[in-house]
Design a protein around this ligand. Structure first.
Ligand code: PBG
Length: 329
C-alpha cells in the first residue's frame, strides 16, 4: 500500500515503460484491404478515403510487391465491378475469369507467399447493393448461402488461401465449409465476419465499391435484417460461437473502435484467432481531423491500433497498415 507502493515507478522512464509494455502492434498483425478495378494503369484515389486507392491489376502487382517489402504479409481483396455486370444473384462473382479471380492470381504470381484472403459477399456484384438475393422486399438466406459457397470454391480454385464471408446470412459458414470439402479444398480457410454490425461507419467503403443499397421500391433500404443491431452484445457471442461450430477458422468483429467491448468479450469466450476490422469510417475520421490540424495523425493512429490489439484482436484489418509501417520506419 502507499507510500511503499508507488505505481509511477513503472512509468518513470521510456526504458522502464518499454520493459513493462503489454501490447505492441507489429507488421504481423495487419491484414491489408485492397480495392481492385478493371482496366490498365489505373490508380485512383477514393474520393471519400484520402490516400487510399482503387487499382487495376498492373498496379495491384506493384502494390503487393511493395507491401511485402514493407513486411506486411496478408491482404484482403475487394473488387469494384461495373454496373453492367451486376444482377440480383451476383452471377458475375462466379465468373472464373472475373476480376476477383484474376486479382487472386495476380497477387499469387507477384508474391507467392503473400496470404490472400478474399471478400465473399454479393454486394459488389448485386444490382440492388445487397449482400444477398432480394425477393419481394426480403433478403433470401439459404439461396444466398449457396451462391456464397460457389463463390468460395471459385476463389479457392483461383488460389485464395482464405475466404472471408462478410454477408451475415445464417448458416453460411457450414454451407461454405461443406462445399469446400466436397471440392477438395480442405486447406482453404474461412475467416468469418461473425459479429458484423449494421453500421453507418461503412459509408466510405460503399463509395469505394459503389455498393450501397439502391433506393428503389421493394428493395430494403438498409442491411438491418442481416447485419446486427449495434445495441446488442449477446447475439455477437452467439453468432461467433455458431460460426466456430460451423467451421470458421478465424472470427471477426466489425467495426472496431466503437465495438471493443465486444472484442474483449469474444476474446474471453473463444479459442480461435479474433480479427477486428477497423473500417472505412474510422479511417476517414482520423484522416479528416488530422487534415484540419485537430489531431496528430500518427499518435492517434498508434493509440487506436494499440487499443484494438489490447482489446483482444489477433489480426487487424486496417487501411492504416502502410501508414503504420511508415511511422515505425
Ligand atoms: C460488404 C462489406 C462492407 C464492408 C466490408 N464488406 C460494407 C457493408 O457491409 O455494407 C465495410 C468495410 C469498411 O467500411 O471498411 N459485404
Amino acid at each position: 500500500m502507499y507510500p511503499l507502493i508507488r505505481n509511477r515507478r513503472l512509468r518513470a522512464s521510456e526504458s522502464i515503460r518499454r520493459l513493462v509494455r503489454e501490447t505492441i502492434v507489429t507488421p504481423d498483425d495487419f491484414l491489408v484491404p485492397l480495392f481492385v478495378v478493371e482496366g490498365k494503369g489505373i490508380k485512383e484515389e477514393i474520393p471519400s478515403m484520402p490516400n487510399y486507392y482503387r487499382m487495376s491489376l498492373d498496379h495491384l502487382e506493384k502494390e503487393v510487391k511493395e507491401i511485402w517489402q514493407m513486411g506486411l504479409c496478408s491482404v484482403l481483396l475487394f473488387v469494384k465491378v461495373s454496373d453492367s455486370l451486376k444482377d440480383n444473384k451476383g452471377t458475375e462473382a462466379l465468373n472464373p475469369e472475373g476480376l476477383m479471380q484474376r486479382a487472386i492470381k495476380t497477387v499469387k504470381n507477384a508474391c507467392p507467399e503473400m496470404l490472400v484472403m478474399t471478400d465473399v459477399a454479393l454486394d459488389p456484384f448485386s444490382s440492388y447493393g445487397h449482400d444477398g438475393i432480394v425477393a419481394e422486399g426480403k433478403i433470401l438466406n439459404d439461396e444466398t448461402s449457396e451462391v456464397l459457397a460457389e463463390m468460395s470454391i471459385s476463389h479457392a480454385r483461383a488460389g485464395a488461401d482464405f475466404v472471408a464471408p462478410s454477408d451475415m446470412m445464417d448458416g453460411r459458414i457450414l454451407t461454405i465449409r461443406e462445399a469446400l470439402e466436397e471440392e477438395g479444398f480442405q486447406n482453404t480457410g474461412i475467416m468469418s465476419y461473425s459479429a458484423k454490425y449494421a453500421s453507418a461507419f461503412y459509408g466510405p467503403f460503399r463509395d469505394a465499391l459503389d455498393s450501397a443499397p439502391v433506393d428503389i421500391a421493394n428493395v430494403p433500404k438498409d442491411k438491418k435484417t442481416y447485419q446486427m443491431d449495434y445495441a446488442n452484445r449477446f447475439e455477437a457471442i452467439r453468432e461467433t460461437q455458431m460460426d466456430i461450430d460451423e467451421g470458421a477458422d478465424i472470427v471477426m468483429v466489425k467495426p472496431g473502435l466503437a465495438y471493443l467491448d465486444i472484442v474483449r468479450e469474444i476474446k474471453n469466450e473463444v479459442e480461435v484467432p479474433v480479427a477486428v476490422y477497423q473500417v472505412s469510417g474510422e479511417y476517414v475520421m482520423l484522416k479528416a481531423a488530422a487534415e484540419k490540424g485537430w489531431l496528430d495523425h500518427d499518435s492517434v493512429m498508434l493509440e487506436q491500433l494499440t487499443a484494438i490489439k489490447r482489446a483482444g484482436a489477433n489480426i487487424i484489418a486496417s487501411y492504416f497498415a502502410k501508414d503504420f509501417i511508415g511511422m515505425i520506419g
